[in-house]
Write a protein that binds this ligand. Structure first.
Ligand code: AMP
Length: 482
């Protein structure tokens, strides 16, 4: 029987409520196929695109399956990029919020020590990039003996990025008694091989691209010499006047140059590439997601899997080196059934690549011509108006979920020898507060964060003014971080 309501799945109330608060009314096709099989204990090989709801397809069953009382990690999710690891962590935190499932993310260019300390505490699920996950395994800071579930996400991208050997080493270090899931948008030979070696009698699930997942993208190209690219970009953006646009370049240097050029021309613009520190990368992605600027200049770092709604235009300043990258780049637009416009600048030497992309993608790119000076002049007024008008702020994902939740900050943590139990003890001694109202607790060296559920945050804030935790008077206020 096809399960087409979330209530058809045997899920705990805490998970069901989170799914409903996230605004998911019906399971997507991949969720209908994956959730029951994962709950039933099967290994799965899933071919499906991003944007199909695949994160929740494994996130919901994993949050359901983890044993809350077990402190060591029970599920490991491997992602090809730090941005994806962070995004998946956020989705899992949202799904597991009421069950208080703790999901820890580990990735490079972020503090190893801080991750080590988080891994030492209760961590039900760990999501990370292969490099940093391996580091933690080697240094003995990520315990593997309780891992029962493994997700290799975006496997074809892991292959493209040269991570497959590392992924194999990680899998070999895991307990044999486990459930393994492999997700990939395409199924090249090497991925099939990987699944044969590490999955046990996997069920193959192929989710045909549907109306909703087949992006409605118009593919266009413009033949242009390298030295004419800036002028072409300006003329086209003025005439096209996009609501939201990603401009891809092949190198960090070109991203920097294009960004500087657009800043000088007064565009509301941000940039992202692998040479930037991780905090800045996250900040830029968050700002773009929250519509603080309309243009983002990026290398391929931003091309894969990132879930940002309503990007109307993708412009390839440089044709990508590989046909697969083209698909990933333009896939940032035309999401969720909306229309998108993808434009690529081809120089004379890129002609072969254009043919390859068309053959690979099964579409034809239409040649467009550069708008003339008159057209540009006519469009300039509307363009100026748009780039100087603030966009309507997007409410972040999980907003409904967070309405009832207040994150509290306590100025004491491990150094003061405080444990989760000490906090729970004090908080549940407050009238009207039960263990059900206490969400995820994160204890750091000097501070602790606690999610307070069911709209009870202000009661606790008030009560904590004259209460102590383990005999210690702590400062308590609403946390600034998410
Ligand atoms: P993903 O393919 O995991 O990147 O998900 C794409 C987008 O769909 C994300 O913004 C999810 O929050 C959203 N989503 C996932 N499952 C559902 C659902 N059942 N109903 C509506 N939206 C969903």
């Amino acid at each position: 029987m096809i399960k087409n309501k979330f209530t058809d799945f045997p899920l705990e109330e805490e998970i069901r409520k989170a799914v409903s608060d996230l605004g998911y009314r019906y399971p997507t096709i991949v969720q209908q196929a994956v959730i029951p099989e994962l709950l039933a204990g099967k290994d799965l090989l899933v071919q499906s695109q991003t944007g199909s709801g695949k994160t929740a397809s494994f996130g919901i069953p994993l949050c359901e399956k983890v044993e809350w009382l077990e402190n060591k990690p029970q599920a490991l999710i491997l992602e090809p990029t730090r941005e994806l690891a962070q995004q998946v962590q956020e989705d899992l935190i949202n799904i597991g919020r009421y069950k208080r499932v703790k999901t820890t993310a580990v990735y490079g260019k972020a503090s190893f020590i801080k991750q080590k300390s988080e891994l030492k505490q209760k961590s039900h699920i760990v999501v990370g990039t292969p490099g940093r996950v391996s580091d933690h395994i080697l240094k003995g800071t990520l315990s593997l003996d309780k891992i029962r579930y493994v997700v290799i996400d975006e496997a074809d991208e892991m292959l493209n990025m040269g991570f497959i050997e590392q992924v194999k080493e990680i899998i070999q270090a895991l307990p044999k008694q486990r459930q393994t899931l492999l997700f990939s948008a395409t199924m090249p030979e090497k991925i099939v091989e990987l699944s044969q070696n590490y999955l046990s009698e996997p069920k193959m699930i192929t989710v045909e691209a549907t109306e909703k997942t087949v992006p409605k993208i118009q593919h266009a190209f413009l033949p242009v010499a390298d030295e004419e690219k800036f002028a072409a970009l300006e003329a086209l953006t003025v005439v096209e006047n996009p609501d939201s646009c990603i401009i891809f370049c092949n190198t960090q240097e070109k991203v920097d140059n294009t960004y500087d050029h657009l800043v000088d021309a007064g565009y509301p613009v941000g940039k992202i590439h692998g040479g930037m520190i991780q905090e800045d990368r996250f900040e830029v992605m968050d700002a773009f997601r929250n519509k603080r600027f309309r243009y983002l200049v990026a290398t391929d770092v931003a091309a894969r899997g990132i879930d940002i709604e309503n990007i109307t235009h993708v412009i390839n300043m440089d044709a990508p080196y590989e046909k697969e990258s083209y698909i990933h780049r333009v896939g940032r637009t035309g999401r969720a059934g909306k229309e998108g416009f993808a434009l690529t600048f081809f120089t004379a030497k890129d002609q072969e690549l254009k043919k390859e992309i068309e053959a690979y993608g099964g579409f034809k790119m239409n040649q467009i011509s550069l708008p003339n000076a008159k057209q540009v002049a006519r469009s300039r007024g509307a363009f100026k108006k748009k780039i100087t008008t603030k966009q309507v702020l997007q409410s972040p994902k999980g907003k409904a979920l967070e309405q009832d939740i207040m994150k509290l900050y306590f100025n004491g943590g491990k150094k003061k020898k405080l444990r989760a139990l000490d906090f729970v003890g004090t908080l549940t001694s407050i009238e009207g507060i039960t263990a059900e109202d206490i969400g995820i607790i994160t204890i750091q060296e000097n501070v602790t964060y606690i999610d307070i559920l069911n709209g009870k945050g202000s009661i606790i804030l008030q009560a904590m003014k004259d209460r102590t935790i383990k005999g210690k008077q702590l400062k308590v206020h609403k946390a600034r971080k998410k």
